[in-house]
Design a protein around this ligand. Structure first.
Ligand code: UT7
Length: 327
């Protein structure tokens, strides 16, 4: 049996920061941000860490499935903003939720984190390595964004999406195929320079602002447009899917122009594309699960819907998942 998503929930912190907020102190404008990215507002967590974004979403996800903490077998956290370098945020989440019998780990694949972790979780469940995986995609991007740099301050937000992965009851429903890639040549265009073993934290790294995101926007943009569109078309062709077969494209939310280009290449109209970048910006590992959760809550997802999940992010990392919705 394939693995599937049996419950889903999301959490965004309450504090809203509009484009006008940045106009007050940066040389930017609502017009530029809206036209170039599609973003109008985002949420930042004022106090707390990535695990504090995960916990409310995870509680709701388990509640929706009628599951208790003691029922959870495995926890995977996809993030580039872990609470600490170590221990893993999965351990922090396990402790905060009081889950007594689980194992787990963190997975680092930036904006593709949720997709890579979804495939990993599916394989663990399908092989019998666990009955279920509590799969968390979450990032507190405000912890690593340089708020003095207009080229990145406006792009990101904080949020979490949590899915429960279990074996499907139906062989035709669930996570049916995936195509995933990495290419380290792209690493030089999007990274956090210091804080790892290559460049441990020092007074110099702090002075040089090397603990913040470094992004060469145009280079990433070009690679993302090609990478996300190519892999989405590749998975459609591999599974003999036409544009009419697809209920929704669920793309990573980095830039509305990248999303639109992907939809165009797939031949699907924008009413079949999940978009929440306007309200929440780029929440990295949380974009795809939060979209799924919002669309499910709104009653727009039906059992049997064909979904293409697609992402592109730092690494470079990119890929697509084909699933038939089962809830
Ligand atoms: O999620 C992980 C993967 N990340 C992505 O997929 C992001 C990919 N990249 C992008 O989405 C876009 O490249 C950005 C949104 C980051 C930038 O958009 P762009 O159309 O590529 O703009 P640009 O970087 O070429 O900059 C154009 C101009 C520059 O000014 P000059 O040199 O033409 O005078 C920038 O300095 O826009 C300027 N600019 C801004 N102006 C007003 C950059 N940021 C801003 C800003 N407000 N916030």
């Amino acid at each position: 049996m394939p693995a599937t998503i049996t419950s889903i929930a999301h959490y965004f912190p309450p504090d809203v920061y509009t484009n006008e907020y940045f106009e007050q102190y940066l040389d930017t404008s609502d017009e530029w941000i809206t036209e170039r990215t599609g973003i109008k507002e985002r949420r930042f967590l004022k106090e707390g860490a990535t695990s504090d974004l995960i916990v409310p979403a995870a509680k709701l996800c388990l509640e929706r499935r009628g599951m208790k903490p003691e029922d959870v077998d495995c926890i995977i956290v996809a993030t580039v903003t872990p609470d600490h370098m170590f221990p893993a945020t999965a351990c922090v989440v396990q402790n905060k939720l009081g889950i007594p019998n689980a194992w787990g780990f963190d997975l680092s694949a930036a904006c593709s984190g949720f997709l890579f972790a979804l495939v990993t979780a599916a394989k663990i469940v399908e092989s019998g390595g666990a009955r279920n995986v509590l799969l968390c995609g979450a990032d507190k991007m405000s912890a690593i964004v340089d708020f003095e740099d207009r080229a990145q301050a406006v792009l990101f937000g904080d949020g979490a999406g949590v899915a429960l992965i279990e074996k499907s009851d139906d062989p035709n429903l669930g996570i049916l195929d995936h195509i995933l890639y990495i290419d380290g040549e792209g690493g030089k265009y999007l990274y956090q320079a210091a804080g790892g073993s290559a460049k441990p934290a020092s007074i110099e790294t702090v002075k040089n602002r090397e603990h913040y995101i470094h992004q060469e926007g145009q280079a990433v943009f070009k690679a993302a447009v090609k990478g996300m569109a190519d892999v989405s078309v590749e998975i459609m062709e591999k599974n003999n899917l036409t544009k009419d077969d697809i209920a929704y494209l669920v793309p990573h939310q980095a830039n509305l122009r990248i999303i639109t280009a992907t939809a165009q290449r797939m031949g699907i109209s924008m009413d079949k594309v999940m978009v929440n970048i306007d309200k929440y910006a780029n929440t990295t590992a949380a974009t795809i699960p939060s979209c799924l959760s919002q669309w499910w809550e709104a009653g727009k997802l039906k059992k049997g819907d064909n979904l293409i999940l697609a992402s592109f992010g730092a690494g470079f990392t990119w890929g697509a998942v084909y699933m038939k919705w089962s809830m």
